[in-house]
Design a protein around this ligand. Sequence first.
Ligand code: SAM
Length: 246
Amino acid sequence: MISRLPQELAGLVPGCRQRPEPLPLGGPVSQPFVNAVQQEQRRTIERYYRLHAGIYDLTRWTFLLGREALVRGTAASSAPARILEVGCGTGKNLVHLGRQFPQAGLWGLDLSGDMLVVAQKKLQKFAPRLNLVQAAYDRPVGAEPSFDLVVFSYALSMFNPGWEEALAAASRDLAEGGAIAVVDFHDSGSSLFKRWMGLNHVRLDGHLLPGLKSRFPSHRATIRPAFGGLWSYFRFVGLNFSGEGG
Ligand SMILES: C[S@@+](CC[C@H](N)C(=O)[O-])C[C@H]1O[C@@H](n2cnc3c(N)ncnc32)[C@H](O)[C@@H]1O
């Protein structure tokens, strides 16, 4: 069982990196203060995905709704040269993004080395233009804003705490006019379901969409019901303009 992406694997497989090795995007960035709560939360997520990485794709497709639609919708409105998926997990979305944008450089960042090992196998054919990074997304991956598209797919609802810092990092990673595309759980009227999702480290509180809207005022957003209204999920595409947002 691998708890961290091993350095020798990172060296051997094209496109796989692990912090603190800097990305070829610019100079070093400052290390933010990580408190004990954040550290414990990260260890918990890593342990969770150590158990789930092998069965993730088989078990999640029925309820992580809207992922393909997000990629298709993004493809219809932009042609990004550099794409970052934060919390890329097993790489399912990066496969679609790689096909939709055959010229684009692909970056996948995830806290879990176990998820990245699965992603790495799945994304082999994109290796020459792929960069996988094992890290928590609490700061930009590059010193310069250089991405045209940053994607979060069912990731932000697991950043507890840390979703606001992740949005701040995304707006610094995005080039002027670049797009942020998000699909995630929105809310539920069932306290039992919310508790169940909480046990799976997902916060279902309607908190993400207002945060996204205020940080990226130029946006479009849709909320849809899932499983007969047991919960709702949202899709959001926003544009990054300096001077807008918080
Ligand atoms: C529900 S999975 C989604 C995976 C993929 N985006 C998808 O749509 O299938 C959430 C992913 O976010 C990652 N994650 C959780 N907290 C993170 C953090 N603070 N920084 C980076 N990745 C994180 C997890 O390791 C996991 O792979």
